[in-house]
Design a protein around this ligand. Structure first.
Ligand code: SF4
Length: 949
């Protein structure tokens, strides 16, 4: 044994109570304890073989801890996780020795132990919960801001930071002098003074002050001094805890510190990954390879930026270790255990409760749709389909928001849902100020009235989230001590914040793969360990000094995150611990983050790269994308034909869809698959187009010819158009059961009159005509298909032929009539039923806001007589299609259109877009037809490979 390892009495570099246990023993301290001298900590003293670590319990140092606890010593851990692990090992040890009952060991986290001491003190002071303490800070900060005339944007955030700053000062036994402070620091001092005096007045105690209170009690002999105290898994002890240890040591307690063994025979290799996804994928495959090699190995995965990595780690590990769990997302796989939970508010059952309670007045269509589709509300099972239909029909009415009163009537088809909305409306009318506890009770009652959490059975995760949320609701009552009465909105915001801050971690068995944060891994050893995310921007992290404390004070006291030197030293301590926590260690870093290149952390730069054993990927998504497995192919392009006994009826959109893509026609018109409408501000493009149609239709019903148009004075024309626009808007409002807001209505009326008036100026330039039909319906039969079309207008021209006209407010392309599939079949379809020699023109009437953009576009026997058209432009239009004129176009339509109808009737449903640019860009069926997958499309995961950079 090197002499330097046992210089306890002589060592000047550590307080005398800093010890490490040694399995080899020590001549001055035969109990197996060595000092914490850096020479000792370098690993030259203790050497374990990897085999010993195969069984955590048999690791000599772990056994030491268990034996100390068994002998009545107290083991205090840095976190609850380590305490849980040691307690479990203790129990296993007792059982292995044949015992059936044994006293509970004193193994607990430092925080829990401090609270136990406070209970023994019987001081009568009440310990505030974290929530109560925060609420008190909020009240004091808000009152201070009001008194100073300052407008603090985010009081809850300031309260959180103030609580942190107080804890830092308490942990470091420090005070700050006003002379060292700027304006923000002074504000904090002011708040802290008020906060402390409120605590004194009410005899309340904050958790940050617990070490000081307990230390004073031990010093005064008010608490019984323990015989042995072992601190386990601490990377760094705060001055407050050091003082506590000094006090205990001074009163005869044997205080020792234990850290996990640092192995000498450790193989550390570096892995360079392309990015985070590739890094995590590689880590998961490596972990699988480890378990395939020896199923009982304990694997650790540790990361510095846990919140950045957690979603990625959860998704990729789940895909690699439990691909079938995607089919039952509620049940977590048990191969791996993630230490970091998720915000409680993100759990579905809790989100439903919060969204219901927060249902606004008015309620947005998105929130309403969410509630209608939620399975967590009463009646969701019985009214499920009817609620989905109600969601669709309410969206079609084009309103972005609904008043709750109007909504109860609009939901008459789903009475249970209507009753739920009514309950919410009643609750929202409560204008009283109440205590948080009262609001908690009222919220719980409202949720119960609304049938939350629904009738279906909850999974294990949902049930645990539900119970946790009930606990949070109950905790509102604990705030009554520190908070005054508040309005409903404030109580709801408080509940939302508490739920967002509450960390939810479903309970379950411990997996063999432990995925931990760096600090949580303190005290753990593994058979193999992977440390993720060690790039230069994260490890050591950049300093983040606290904004409420003067920087020189933070640096002097070496507070966490105070400056770069402190971060570097702490990162080196962590690296020293982690890189020796398993016989096999992999350290890795991603080559880029959001496109910005990264470099390896200086702490791993000199570690050599090596190839790693990787298991093949089990991720089903990757397997599909890379065609890594053999798939059975089944081409399914033909649906059941339409029943010959009952003709299929529909509009020309069937042929439009069939021409664009047969699957689109099948999905839209036979499966009735369509995306939900997303109501926009004001009127959408479709509604505005149909209003223009309505105005012109009404105008031409009165003014039936060009002669009548020319004879009409401008003022009379405008009056007629205004009346037509008014009538059209009324019709629109009646049909949608929704009155447009007056200002929007006035604007729309003026727009309609201006557009129609501009268009009529163009009509005045035409040769004589007579309007013979407006909005004429027409039936067309193709095989078993009966289509109904409606034509906007038919004019009789001076030579007795007919012009078939369709109004368009967009930018129509008559070329679509001429392409092989006729993707715009409405006018061609109508022409098929007219005698060929009667068709004089087939035209789009392009009605635009700017008069210069108004024009006719299409095919005519005499194109020069139509404003905006000419023989030259028509020849150019026909050129590409190879057709010679309107007559040949009619023949083309007679061939193609019936064939399209027959194909639809026969069930032809291939995913075959006429042109992906034209057909797919605005198609709502992409998630259903999966053209992206069939064309080999991928998303970001495509880059994931073995990930070697
Ligand atoms: S997205 Fe394209 S391929 Fe898919 S149904 Fe629509 S048009 Fe057809």
């Amino acid at each position: 044994m090197p002499a330097a390892c046992c210089s306890m009495g002589d060592c000047q570099r550590s307080p005398p109570w800093f010890f490490l246990p040694s399995p080899l023993g020590c001549d001055r301290f035969p109990g197996g304890l060595g000092c914490r001298c850096p020479v000792r900590a370098s690993g030259s003293f203790v050497t374990y073989s990897g085999a010993l670590l195969g069984d955590f319990l048999r690791t000599p140092m772990i056994s030491d801890l268990v034996h100390i606890a068994a002998a009545g010593g107290t083991v205090l851990t840095a976190n609850k996780r380590l305490a849980r692990q040691l307690n479990a090992r203790f129990d296993e040890d007792r059982m292995a020795s044949g015992q059936t009952v044994w006293p509970a060991p004193a193994i607990l986290s430092l925080d829990a132990w401090l609270m136990r001491q406070l209970t023994r003190l019987h001081r009568g002071a009440e310990l505030l919960t974290e929530m109560q303490s925060r609420r008190l800070w909020e009240e004091i900060i808000a009152a201070d801001a009001m008194a100073c005339g300052r407008d603090l944007l985010h009081v809850p955030q300031a309260a959180r930071r103030a609580g942190e700053a107080h804890r830092l000062l308490a942990d470091h036994l420090a005070e700050i002098a006003p002379a060292d402070c700027d304006e923000d620091h002074l504000a904090f001092l002011r708040w802290r003074t008020a906060w402390q005096s409120r605590l004194r007045e009410r005899r309340w105690l904050d958790r940050a002050d617990l070490p000081a209170v307990v230390t004073a009690a031990f010093a005064a002999g008010e608490l019984e001094t323990p015989g042995t105290l072992l601190l386990a898994g601490f990377d760094d002890l705060t001055p407050a805890v050091r003082r506590l240890c000094d006090t205990l040591a001074g009163r005869g307690c044997r205080v020792e510190q234990w850290t996990a063994p640092r192995l000498a025979d450790v193989a550390v290799v570096r892995h360079d990954a392309v990015d985070m996804a590739a890094e995590v994928r590689c880590c998961a495959r490596w972990a699988r390879a480890q378990l395939e090699r020896a199923p009982h190995r304990r694997i650790g995965v540790v990361m510095p930026q846990q919140s950045d990595y957690q979603p990625l780690v959860e998704r990729i590990f789940r895909a690699e270790f439990a691909p079938d769990s995607w089919l039952a997302p509620g049940d977590a796989p048990e191969t791996f255990t993630l230490s970091l939970g998720t915000p409680l508010a993100a759990e579905g059952v809790v989100r439903a409760a919060l969204r219901l309670l927060a249902a606004g007045e008015p309620l947005s269509i998105d929130d309403l749709g969410w509630l209608l589709r939620s399975p967590y509300l009463g009646g969701a099972r019985g009214e499920g389909s009817a609620r989905a239909c109600a969601d669709r029909s309410l969206r079609r009415r084009g309103r972005r928001e609904w008043r709750l009163g109007a909504l109860a009537r609009a939901l008459s088809a789903v009475p249970r849902m209507a009753a739920i909305i009514e309950s919410v409306a009643v609750s929202r009318r409560d204008r009283q100020r109440r205590s948080p506890g009262e609001w908690g009770e009222l919220f719980a009652r409202l949720l119960q009235d609304c049938g939350w959490p629904g009738e279906r059975g909850l999974g294990s995760r949902e049930f645990q989230a539900l119970e946790h949320f009930r606990g949070v609701l109950g905790q509102l009552a604990t705030l009554d001590r520190v908070a005054g009465p508040m309005p409903r909105g404030d109580a709801l915001a408080l509940l939302g914040r508490l739920s967002a801050e509450a960390v939810f971690q479903p309970e379950g068995g411990e997996g063999q793969i432990q995925i931990l944060g760096m600090l949580e891994a303190a005290g753990f050893t593994f058979d193999a360990l992977w440390v993720l995310g060690l790039h230069d921007a994260a490890f050591p992290p950049p300093p983040r000094p606290h904004p409420f404390l003067p920087l020189p004070v933070q640096s002097r006291l070496r507070m966490p995150h105070a400056d770069a030197l402190r971060e570097r030293e702490f990162a080196a301590t962590l690296a020293g611990r982690l890189f020796a926590a398993a016989p096999e260690v992999v350290v890795s870093w991603p080559g880029q983050l959001d496109g910005a290149p990264l470099r390896p952390s200086p702490l791993i730069r000199d570690i050599a790269r090596d190839s790693l054993p990787l298991a093949p990927s089990c991720d089903p998504f990757l397997a599909v994308r890379t065609a890594a497995c053999v798939f059975e192919e089944f081409v399914d392009e033909r649906a059941v034909p339409i029943n010959a006994a009952s003709p299929f009826a529909g509009g020309t959109s069937i042929l439009t869809d069939q021409a664009l893509c047969p699957f689109r026609a099948f999905a839209h018109h036979r499966l009735h698959a369509e995306r939900l409408d997303v109501p926009d501000l004001g009127l959408d493009g479709l509604a505005r187009g149909s209003l223009v149609h309505g105005v012109l239709e009404r105008f031409w019903q009165t003014v039936r010819s060009r002669d009548a148009l020319l004879a009409l004075p401008r003022t009379a024309r405008l009056e007629l158009l205004t009346a037509a626009a008014e009538e059209t808007l009324q019709h629109h409002e009646r049909r949608n059961r929704y009155d447009l807001p007056p200002r929007l209505r006035g604007l729309e009326l003026r727009r309609l009159v201006a557009m129609a008036d501009g268009w009529l100026e163009l009509e005045r330039e035409r040769p004589p005509f007579r309007v013979v039909d407006i909005e004429q319906r027409h039936d067309f039969v193709a095989g078993n298909l009966r289509l109904r079309t409606r034509i906007d207008r038919i004019d009789e021209l001076a030579n007795g032929t007919l012009a078939v006209i369709d109004y368009k407010t967009g930018r129509p392309d008559p070329q679509q009539w001429l392409d092989a599939r006729v993707t715009e079949p409405q006018l061609p379809l109508y022409c098929l039923d007219l005698p060929e020699d009667r068709v004089g023109a087939v035209l789009f009437a392009v009605v635009r806001r700017r008069q210069g953009e108004c024009t006719f576009r299409g095919l005519a026997n005499d194109p020069d007589s139509w404003p905006g058209m000419s023989a030259k432009s028509q020849a150019k239009l026909l050129d590409e299609s190879g057709l010679g004129g309107l007559g040949e176009a009619l023949a083309h339509w007679r061939r193609v259109l019936p064939a399209l109808g027959d194909a639809f009737a026969a069930g032809w449903a291939a995913v075959d877009p006429v042109d992906p640019q034209q057909a797919c860009t605005y198609c709502d069926l992409m998630p259903l037809c999966r053209i992206g997958e069939s064309e080999g499309g991928t998303d970001g995961d495509e880059r994931e490979g073995d990930g070697d950079g």
